[in-house]
Design a protein around this ligand. Structure first.
Ligand SMILES: Cc1cc2nc3c(=O)[nH]c(=O)nc-3n(C[C@H](O)[C@H](O)[C@H](O)COP(=O)(O)OP(=O)(O)OC[C@H]3O[C@@H](n4cnc5c(N)ncnc54)[C@H](O)[C@@H]3O)c2cc1C
Length: 377
C-alpha cells in the first residue's frame, strides 16, 4: 500500500470539500481523492438557502461568501407568458431576521473556492479516479484507475450522482433520466443594456421553466438555468455546450423579459437531469455515501448542494461523537439522522411545485445541521 489515511473522502465537489472542512473542525484530518486534474471554476450560479448558509457559517466560510454573494430582496414566481406573479416570497432582511442567516445567490465557483480554502491544499489528491474498493481485512482498501492504492479506516463517498461506491455497495444501476435537460449560462449583466429585470425569479411554463438571478452583490453578473423536455439528450457534463438558437426556440413563448435575457446570452451550456429514489441504505461497514451519491435530486428546489452541506455537518458530529473506533456505527447514525429529511426533499423537488404559490419553506430553510437532534448511538 502506497499511502494511508484514517478518513478518505472520494470527490472534491461541494459535499466532499464540506465534509473535509467539517471533520477538520472536529479534529479529524482527511485526505480527499478527486478524479479531476485540478480545481476548475464552473460557470453557473448557485442558491444558498438559510439551511445551507448556516453550515457555511459553521465551517468558517460564511463571511467570505457574504462578501461576494447577492442577497435578493425576494424570490418572485411568474407565469411564463403573461408575467403574472403567482408568489413573491420575501427574502433579504426578512429572511435574515426570521432565520438568523440570509438567503444568498452566488457564483458556484465562488462557493467552491471558499470551501476549497477551508481545506489544506496538500490534503487533496487530484487525478485520482477511484476504480474499486475492498472491505475484506482491516479498514477499506481503495484502488485508483492509475494503479495507486491506499487503505483507510473509514471512507466517505462524495462522488456524485454516478457514484462508483454506490454501485459497489448496491449494485450498478443508472440514475433515472428525467427526460429533461437544463440550459445554463452566466454572463455580464451589462449585456442587457440597462434593462431592469427581477432580481431573482422563476418563470413557470406548462412543461418548462427558467430561473434567472444575479450572482454578485453588485448585480454585474447574471445567471439563468432552465428545465425543458428533451428525451434524446443524456449528456451530463459541466462543459457540454448547447445551441443558442435551440435555447431561444425552446423559450420563444415566454415573456419578453425572458427573451431579452436569452437574446443577450453569448454562450450556453446544457446538462441532462437525472435523479434517483431514496436508496435502501447509504452505508456498509466503514463506508458511507454523502450528497448526490446517496440522494441525487432534480435541481428544482435548489437543495442538492444545500443538503450535501447539511450531510457534511451532521456526519462530522456523528464521527466526532463516536470517535473513529467504530465508523460503521457513526455512519448508521448519520443515515438515520438524515434520510427522512433528504427523502422528503427529493420527493418535493421531483414534483417541481415548491414556491410556485404561497409556500411556507420553514421545514427546509429552518433546519440547523449543527444542532438538530441526532438519533441515539
Ligand atoms: C443545473 C443545476 C443547478 C443546480 N442549482 C443548485 C442550487 O442552486 N442550489 C443547490 O443547493 N444545489 C443545486 N444543484 C445541485 C448541486 O449542484 C448538487 O447537488 C451538488 O453539486 C452535489 O454535490 P456533491 O459534492 O454531492 O457531488 P458533485 O458536485 O457531483 O461532486 C462529485 C465529485 O466527485 C468526483 N468524482 C466522481 N467520481 C469519482 C471517482 N470515481 N473518483 C474520484 N472522484 C470522483 C467528481 O469529479 C466531483 O468533483 C444544481 C444542480 C444542477 C444540475
Amino acid at each position: 500500500m502506497a499511502d494511508r489515511s484514517s478518513v478518505a473522502i472520494i470527490g472534491a465537489g461541494i459535499g466532499g470539500l464540506a465534509a473535509s472542512a467539517a471533520l477538520r473542525r472536529a479534529g479529524i484530518e482527511t485526505v480527499i481523492y478527486e478524479q479531476a486534474p485540478g480545481f476548475a471554476r464552473v460557470g453557473a450560479g448557485i442558491q444558498m438557502s438559510p439551511n445551507a448558509v448556516r453550515v457555511l457559517d459553521g465551517l468558517g466560510v460564511g463571511e467570505r461568501v457574504r462578501q461576494v454573494a447577492f442577497m435578493p430582496p425576494s424570490w418572485r414566481n411568474r407565469d411564463h407568458d403573461s408575467g403574472r406573479m403567482s408568489n413573491e416570497h420575501p427574502l433579504g432582511p426578512n429572511a435574515a431576521a426570521h432565520y438568523g442567516v440570509p438567503y444568498l445567490l452566488m457564483h458556484r465557483g465562488d462557493l467552491h473556492a471558499a470551501l476549497h480554502a477551508a481545506v489544506p491544499d496538500g490534503s487533496i489528491r487530484y487525478g485520482h479516479r477511484l476504480a474499486g474498493l475492498d472491505r475484506s481485512g482491516r479498514g477499506v482498501a481503495l484502488r485508483f484507475a492509475d494503479g495507486a492504492a491506499v487503505r483507510a479506516d473509514a471512507v466517505i463517498a462524495a462522488d456524485g450522482v454516478h457514484s462508483v461506491v454506490r454501485d459497489r455497495m448496491l449494485g450498478a444501476e443508472s440514475p433515472r433520466f428525467t427526460g429533461n435537460a437544463a440550459y445554463r449560462a452566466t454572463f455580464p449583466a451589462a449585456r442587457l443594456d440597462g434593462r431592469v429585470l427581477d432580481d431573482s425569479v422563476k418563470w413557470w411554463g406548462p412543461d418548462r421553466h427558467i430561473v434567472i438571478y444575479y450572482v454578485t452583490g453588485n448585480r454585474d453578473e447574471i445567471y439563468f438555468t432552465t428545465s425543458h423536455p428533451e428525451p434524446d439528450w443524456r449528456m451530463e457534463s459541466w462543459s457540454a455546450k448547447g445551441s443558442l438558437d435551440d435555447l431561444r426556440d425552446t423559450f420563444s413563448g415566454f415573456h419578453e423579459d425572458v427573451r431579452a435575457v436569452l437574446d443577450a446570452c453569448p454562450d450556453v451550456h446544457k446538462w441532462a437531469l437525472f435523479e434517483r429514489d431514496p436508496l435502501p441504505r447509504w452505508s456498509e461497514d466503514g463506508v458511507t455515501l454523502l450528497g448526490d451519491a446517496c440522494h441525487p435530486m432534480t435541481p428544482y428546489m435548489a437543495q442538492g448542494a444545500a443538503t450535501a452541506l447539511e450531510d457534511a455537518a451532521v456526519l462530522s458530529r456523528c464521527l466526532a461523537d463516536g470517535g473513529l473506533e467504530d465508523p460503521a456505527m457513526a455512519f448508521r447514525r448519520f443515515e438515520a439522522a438524515r434520510k427522512p429529511r433528504t427523502s422528503e426533499i427529493q420527493a418535493t423537488s421531483h414534483r417541481n411545485e415548491f414556491m410556485r404559490r404561497r409556500t411556507d419553506p420553514d421545514w427546509v430553510y429552518g433546519y440547523d445541521a449543527w444542532t438538530v437532534e441526532l438519533p441515539a448511538a
